[in-house]
Ligand binder design. Structure first.
Ligand code: HEM
Length: 499
């Protein structure tokens, strides 16, 4: 009897909403709860729950009780509570163990914060900006072949093109270049291109396996494939391999050193390098696809941003000429592009849909911005899905499904930061980077990467959709909640040199 009762307890049969708790919806299947519907389309499911229960509700998902706080004015609770009450580390550790076979017994969170503050912001970011500019140009310009190909159109698929260029340049910038040997600089650059190309194809294969690996639903053949790919990445990014590279970013280098000083085995550091590669590359490539696609679908946006980058280039005293020097895209130039900033923010608003949660470590009371209070139980999870609650709320962002290139611009052309809900100014108008202690440490670099890619595309190339009536593809709902959205199909486009 005890075992039966215990089983029923675990399946959630006895859980009832207590006074002071949010509405409870256990879902149609014992223990699994709403997992199937939520996985099919997270946004649609959460909207259904919000209509039924209001903006705070507790639902059962795979044996856990998640309380969703879908009032964007109350997101502060989620971001500011201490780690003693709301923890993200336990889950994050479990995920990296499950997906990347990486574990760090030292509970070292500090080294990532220290290295990121030093090297992914401020002066450190300037160094990375220079490196990515040159790596982008190595990968992008080479793709066009010889001078005789200059004026002919090149056809490509947009996701493969954008993801490929941004991944390879990002990888080379963070993990370093091949040093010049007797073959000189050109040969070293060619080696960079070959090596990064190989890594890109393997990365895409691994990325496709990640949702199932994270959910623990991968088949035997998927697990085999994952083992093969992990071994490939551990070798390609290994500490030993690093010794043969130059221009390794200080971010990667300091993190390697910190793990060594903490006594981590070298083979585990190799695995950590793959975690860093994945965190730094999984969202940027898909986002770069959407940036270009929105530009090609919106001629007003394309014209405005083209004018802006041309002006910035001219004011810097540079111009693009056949056979001329590469563009020196400096950090100062990137500070003079409010239209491009707005385009990147608008793209992130529409295409980054992450589902954030924390483990509740002790019974607690959540205070909502409007004074409501809710009791939350120890062992449950608190969650937010800003895509539904913030990014596409029509009160905050009117006509929310449309791409408006100037949504984040004031009428005088400066950056717009004031967005309101119920007359109250929001702290964040979008939340693509998460919030609080676990907020993405690479966000400034990511924005610069996207801006540099778009800037260089605009100054070097004309680009257009092969079919001008091309519809924006559907997003892959199977990945919704896991990061930058991916399209369900590719889009053919063409590009050629402007000069
Ligand atoms: C469009 C591009 C990107 C997006 C949308 C993005 C978004 C995010 C989000 C939402 C998180 C988790 C926040 C949370 O759980 O609360 C995260 C974590 C992280 N991101 Fe990014 N990211 C991007 C690019 C980058 C880049 C370029 C880097 C590195 C150079 C980077 C490094 C990291 C790292 C290391 C973490 C883990 C942080 C931790 O465990 O505390 N990301 N990112």
């Amino acid at each position: 009897i005890f075992l039966v009762l215990r089983g029923l307890y675990l399946l959630g049969a006895f859980r009832q909403q207590r006074p002071g708790e949010p509405p409870l919806d256990k879902g149609p299947i014992p223990w699994l709860g709403h997992v199937l519907e939520c996985r099919r389309n997270t946004h649609k499911f959460l909207e259904r729950m919000r209509k039924k229960h209001g903006d705070v509700f507790t639902i059962q998902l795979g044996g856990f009780y998640f309380t969703f706080l879908q009032d964007p004015l109350s997101f502060g609770v989620f971001a500011q509570e201490s780690r003693e009450k709301l923890d993200y580390v336990k889950f994050a550790k479990q995920m990296v163990r499950q997906v990347f076979s990486f574990s760090d017994i030292s509970d070292d969170l500090k080294s990532l914060q220290v290295a990121s503050t030093k090297h992914l912001k401020g002066e450190g970011l300037k160094v990375l900006n220079e490196a990515i500019s040159s790596n982008l140009q190595n990968v992008m310009l080479h793709k066009l072949g010889s001078d005789s190909d200059r004026m002919s159109w090149n056809e490509d698929s947009l996701i493969m093109y954008s993801y490929n260029v941004v991944f390879r340049a990002g990888y080379l910038t963070l993990f370093g270049n091949e040093p010049p040997s007797e073959g000189g600089e050109e040969e070293a650059k060619a080696k960079d291109r070959v090596e990064s190309q190989d890594l890109f194809f393997e990365f895409r294969k691994y990325n496709r396996l990640v949702p199932d690996l994270a959910r623990g639903t991968s088949s035997l053949s998927q697990r085999w494939e994952a083992e093969r790919l992990k071994a490939h990445f551990w070798k390609a990014l290994s500490v030993q391999k690093m010794k043969t590279k130059e221009n390794i970013s200080r971010w990667v280098w300091d993190l390697k050193q910190a793990k060594e000083e903490n006594g981590m085995e070298e083979s585990m550091i190799d695995r950590y390098m793959f975690v860093l590669l994945w965190a730094s590359q999984t969202n940027t490539g898909p986002t770069s696809f959407w940036v270009l696609l929105f530009l090609m679908k919106h001629p007003d946006a394309m014209a405005a941003v083209k004018q802006e980058v041309d002006d910035v280039l001219r004011q810097s005293g540079q111009s693009v000429q056949p056979g001329g020097p590469l563009v020196d895209l400096t950090s100062e130039m990137l500070l003079k592009t409010p239209i491009l900033d707005s385009i990147v923010m608008e793209t992130l608003r529409l295409t980054v849909a992450l589902f954030y949660f924390r483990d509740v470590k002790e019974d607690m009371t959540v205070n909502m911005a409007d004074g409501r209070q809710y009791s939350i139980r120890k062992g449950d999870r608190i969650s937010v899905f800003p895509y539904s609650a913030l990014h596409i709320d029509p009160e905050i962002h009117p006509d929310p499904q449309s791409f408006k290139y100037n949504r984040f611009l004031n009428p005088d052309g400066t950056r717009k930061t004031d967005f309101y809900k119920g007359g109250t100014k929001l702290k964040f108008a979008t939340m693509p980077w998460g919030a609080g202690v676990s907020m993405c440490p690479g966000r400034f670099f990511a924005v610069n990467e996207l801006k540099q890619f778009a800037f260089l595309m605009l100054v070097y190339f004309e680009f257009e959709l092969k079919n001008p009536d091309e519809e924006i593809p559907q997003i892959d709902h199977g990945r919704l909640g896991a990061g930058a959205m991916q399209p369900t199909r590719d889009v053919p486009f063409r590009y050629r040199f402007r000069y």
